[in-house]
Write a new protein. Structure first.
Length: 372
């Protein structure tokens, strides 16, 4: 019945369930010139923002410009689990809103015929602590499914830990999810362009509005010294018998099963730009994960991946007008998600899209004045 419903919606030209909540309508105008929008960056944040723009703002063209695409992005290294990481500089209610919107969006995909292609699936498991945390119930507990404290019987599996939380969340497998986003963008008329950008002004002659989702690239593009790398090294292993996630409350040790591989982690090394795998680190990761799940001693086809999380105290989500002489370049920033990108990406994409809508409206206003 769900597949029939989806097919019926497509035949009638209606939006799929996960699209309906993202539409932002602009006033219709006669002979309106199509706004040209460039999204810089083709990781999770760039692609999700580009898709949101293409589905929400009519009468614009969207092009993703980047020098790296999946499977060579930082997002491809990440486990893709929806467990929020707190941004100290962002109000908690805002973080919860972003997480809720992202969870609902991905739930819509998970409950559709697109789930397999998009790499979205539900995952249950445990978050365990050696000492009882100050907040036994995190701010996102009512967004995930079935959140509860672990029972005494469950805790026997982890004798070195004293407290735990059990819940069901969502996981995005990459590169499947990034490929799905890119496909959706192209279906909506969007394009991708492989090109390295050294300065946003390079795009000024071809585009009206720039959306900066360049992550760590913003250190150079925007001279933003508030963004820094947090190095993450993980193992991708074949262990199909592992079906539940396990993550230590300290955030350093985790086991996240996906459709094809299990991600074992990890590290959080601030200001470390080294992308080369460290064998001793890999040995430590495997040892810590095997202590939580001894069956991982039998894991096969171990691959090591390293990524640099683009981290800031707060996600930079704002609009700015760059000025060079008499020329102006509207820019919307959406970067600095650190370890929390997958948990909030749809929420921040929607907020960025709202800012882009305001830029488009201002652009149309200036064009109308120019004609008078």
């Amino acid at each position: 019945p769900l597949l029939f419903l989806f097919a019926s919606l497509v035949r009638r030209g209606e939006s799929a369930p996960w699209q309906k909540r993202t539409r932002i309508l602009l006033p219709r105008k006669q002979n309106m010139t199509k706004a040209k929008i460039a999204v810089v960056g083709a990781g999770l944040i760039g692609l999700s923002t580009a898709v949101c723009i293409s589905e929400s703002i009519p009468g614009c063209s969207v092009t993703v410009v980047a020098d790296r695409f999946t499977p060579n992005t930082t997002s491809d290294v990440a486990a893709g689990i929806l467990i929020p990481h707190t941004f100290p500089g962002t109000p908690l209610h805002q973080q919860k809103q972003w997480f809720r919107e992202t969870f609902e969006y991905l739930s819509g995909i998970c409950n559709s015929s697109q789930a397999s292609e998009a790499g979205i699936h539900l995952l249950s498991g445990w978050r365990i602590f050696k000492t009882v945390p100050e907040e036994k119930t995190p701010f996102w507990s009512d967004v995930v499914l079935g959140f509860r404290s672990m029972t005494e019987k469950e805790m026997k599996k982890f004798p070195q830990h004293t407290f735990g939380q059990a819940f069901t969340t969502l996981k995005c497998d990459c590169p499947a999810y990034l490929l799905w986003l890119e496909k959706r963008l192209k279906e909506n008329g969007g394009r991708v362009h492989a090109r390295k950008i050294e300065d946003l002004w390079e795009l000024h002659s071809d585009y009206d509005i720039i959306v900066n989702c360049s992550g760590l690239g913003s250190r150079k593009l925007m001279k933003d010294q508030q963004i820094y790398p947090v190095r993450g090294q993980v193992l991708k292993v074949h262990a199909p018998w592992v079906r539940h996630f396990i993550c230590d409350g300290d955030g350093l040790t985790y086991i996240y099963p996906g459709v094809h591989v299990v991600t074992l982690g990890g590290t959080r090394q601030k200001d470390d730009w080294n992308l080369s795998p460290d064998p001793n680190t890999s040995k430590g990761i495997l040892g810590r994960c095997c202590a939580l799940e001894p069956s991982l001693h039998a894991a096969q086809d171990v691959k090591v991946r390293v990524g640099l999380r683009p981290t800031r105290l707060a996600v930079r989500l704002q609009k700015e007008v760059l000025v060079r002489g008499s020329e102006k370049l509207p820019v919307v920033h959406n970067y600095g998600h650190g370890s929390g990108g997958f948990s909030v990406h749809q929420g921040t994409a929607r907020e960025a899209t709202q800012l882009i809508k305001e830029c488009v409206a201002a652009l149309e206003m200036s064009r109308c004045k120019a004609k008078l």
